[in-house]
Design a protein. Structure first.
Length: 316
């Protein structure tokens, strides 16, 4: 399905150096903010007090957040747990208060606002658990990266695997850079969004790489930059349809999903925007600079006859 078709190839690779210079500067800034400011980790990573409370009617999460924030817990996480009547509250660690004192203070404030609230459970999550979650998250990220490289190398060629993974890591670092610069809270939901962006971006890279291989087979006289330009131009309509529909869904989560989905949708929004850029300009350009050529994508076969005959011609 195509909304439109561009008849003349757009010379993307002619401007590859300038486009990747912009990308490199953005990447360096993201790394700088990650090093100097660091990520604002959520209670899930730093540890804290977890409370589960229940209401007789559907809980007003906005009112619960206001009540908890008024006590000085501006970074507390409030979300439904199981049903609309059950609420899970995560409180950050406070040096001058124990976990029991925190839960008592919050429960008293909630009862003052709405008497029909009941404490179901409360527990303290130590920093060690947060460190384990962070380590598990890094392992998951590493396994995803390794899996993507193996997949791309098996399906295409190592040059495209390297180009694809550089482009995908470019997206991840830039997402983290945004969260470091604005000090948005980095939670498990955001980590899930980062992993989702990795898969989303590699899908776009695979579509372009597939079209590059197809063009190499059909257009034998085209140089590599021309082949890449044709591949990107011919997939523009598909790219616009795919990313616009995905972004519409993510934007709905961002605007109407509430506090629990806000940072998750925010990370996806950044990842989708930069994922388009990296798949189209970064991955393809790096593959070209690594020396990708027709022989990498199309394997030569011999004509019928003696396979040891040196005079047998090779055709594609």
């Amino acid at each position: 399905m195509e909304f439109f078709r561009i008849r003349r190839d757009i010379p993307f690779m002619r401007h590859a150096l300038a486009l990747n210079a912009v990308s490199f500067i953005t990447f360096v800034l993201a790394v700088f903010f990650l090093v100097t400011r660091g990520l604002h980790l959520s209670v899930e990573f730093t540890g804290g007090t977890v409370m589960e409370v229940a209401y007789q009617q559907a809980a007003d999460l906005g009112k619960v957040r206001e009540t908890v924030a008024a006590l000085g817990y501006g970074e507390a996480q409030v979300q439904n747990f199981g049903t609309s009547k059950d609420v899970l509250i995560r409180l950050p660690v406070q040096k001058d208060k124990t976990s029991a004192q925190q839960s008592d203070q919050v429960l008293a404030a909630l009862k003052a606002a709405t008497p029909d609230v009941e404490l179901r459970r409360t527990e303290f999550v130590g920093p060690q658990v947060g460190q384990e979650l962070a380590a598990d998250g890094l392992k998951a990220l590493a396994f995803v990266i390794i899996g993507i490289m193996i997949y791309l190398a098996a399906r295409f060629e190592w040059k495209f695997a390297v180009a694809g993974i550089i482009a995908n890591l470019h997206d991840v670092v830039i997402i983290l850079g945004f969260f470091a610069f604005f000090q948005w809270e980095f939670s498990l939901a955001v980590l899930a969004a980062v992993l989702a962006v990795l898969g989303y971006s590699v899908n776009e890279s695979v579509v372009i790489f597939d079209r590059i291989r197809e063009t190499f087979r059909r257009q034998r006289k085209m140089a590599t930059p021309q082949v890449i330009d044709h591949a990107i131009t011919s997939t523009i309509s598909r790219t616009i349809i795919t990313h616009a529909s995905t972004q519409a869904m993510v934007l709905a989560m961002l605007l109407f999903g509430g506090e629990a989905l806000h940072n998750f949708a925010l990370a996806l929004t950044i990842g989708i925007c930069f994922g388009i850029y990296s798949s189209v300009f970064v991955a393809a350009a790096i593959a070209m600079w690594l020396g990708a050529k027709r022989e990498d994508m199309v394997k030569a076969v011999r004509k019928d006859g003696d396979p040891n005959d040196p005079n047998a011609g090779a055709v594609v």
